[in-house]
Design a protein around this ligand. Structure first.
Ligand SMILES: NC(=O)c1ccc[n+]([C@@H]2O[C@H](COP(=O)([O-])OP(=O)(O)OC[C@H]3O[C@@H](n4cnc5c(N)ncnc54)[C@H](OP(=O)(O)O)[C@@H]3O)[C@@H](O)[C@H]2O)c1
Length: 296
């Protein structure tokens, strides 16, 4: 049986749909009680910050999907401590998994360049990944940059910037490189890895075959939407101001916007891997991803 964490989130909700279509037995850990049970989908109320609830949730479980981050929806006053909460949450999860003999943790995290000084967000994502890898439990970890899908924080911020602002200031992230990926391709990796033994105890960077600077990404997206956008280069980072403006106009939680804006300084380019050989498909190009999204 599978335990799915984060099933109300952008990634978790889509993975749940895909697992349900495969008729797999899934137990979802949710903070608020849910009533939408199906024969193969059950819900257990709990919190990754509450160890006892995790022990109950992992009973009889083989595989745990870990799709949690603490940057957003936390009790008032706790948001600034997201890295401490994320550490506590994954330590609780690993400990409960060990207690109940869970065999594998499947996790999606943020891509990063191992040689760069990382933002707070990416440093914390790296720490969570290391805790999983060093736990002694089997794992499969995927690392993504901007995921092209509505409801994804990074994509919704990009979408807001392009649709709402005819003139876009370009700060010191102008040349930062990024390799985006379409949401359906991410879900396919996350679900199909269940049956691919070769993915056990491995980490994979996932992205389309194209590398963009953030400025090129914004430009391409605007062109595809048929929007004319002008850019003005402004020296400096202006993270707080950018986050305040984007937090006001985008649907994304303002705390999440702030930490993601800070991460714009970090390059997110895939290390080469053998994913095509293992999974037999290549992710869609950026323009194809946008076309698919606009069709939905
Ligand atoms: N979105 C992207 O573009 C992107 C890109 C790269 C990597 N990732 C990675 O993908 C993973 C999932 O991200 P996401 O975008 O799906 O995030 P999300 O939409 O914000 O969802 C986060 C999930 O975590 C749950 N959660 C938060 N605190 C919890 C707690 N204390 N106990 C139990 N559940 C808790 C939330 O449940 P509630 O409904 O109770 O709040 C929600 O279901 C993360 O590891 C992230 O780093 C995402």
């Amino acid at each position: 049986m599978i335990l799915l964490t984060g099933s109300t989130g952008f990634i978790g909700a889509r993975v749940l749909r895909a697992l349900s279509e495969k008729n797999l037995e899934v137990r979802c850990l949710v903070r608020k009680p849910a009533s939408l049970e199906k024969p193969n989908i059950t819900y257990i109320t709990g919190d990754v910050l509450d160890y006892d609830s995790l022990v109950r949730a992992t009973e009889g479980i083989d595989t745990v999907y870990y799709f949690i981050h603490m940057m957003g929806n936390q009790p008032k006053g706790e948001q600034k401590r997201f890295d401490i909460l994320d550490r506590l949450a994954i330590n609780n999860t690993v400990k409960a998994c060990k207690q109940n003999g869970v065999k594998r943790i499947i996790h999606l995290t943020g891509m990063r360049n191992p040689y760069e000084k990382l933002s707070h967000h990416l440093e914390s994502r790296k720490e969570v990944e290391e805790i999983i890898k060093n736990s002694g439990i089997g794992y499969t970890i995927f690392r993504a940059s901007v995921i092209i899908g509505r409801g994804g924080a990074a994509f919704d911020i990009l979408d807001t910037a392009v649709r709402k602002f005819p003139i876009i200031p370009v700060f010191n992230w102008e040349k930062t490189q990024v390799q985006p990926i379409y949401i359906d391709d991410v879900i396919r990796y996350l679900v199909e890895c269940l049956d691919r033994k070769e993915t056990l105890n491995r980490c994979f960077d996932i992205g389309c075959s194209q590398i963009f600077t953030y400025k090129e990404l914004i430009q391409q997206y605007a062109e595809q939407l048929g929007l004319k956008r002008r850019f003005i280069a402004v020296p400096g980072s202006w993270n707080r101001l950018s986050a305040a403006v984007l937090g006001k106009f985008s649907p994304v939680n303002p705390n999440v916007v702030y930490w993601l804006v800070e991460s714009l300084q970090n390059n997110m380019v895939c290390e080469p891997n053998d994913l095509k050989k293992i999974f037999g498909f290549e992710p869609l190009s950026f323009s194809e991803s946008i076309r698919k999204l606009e069709e939905k």
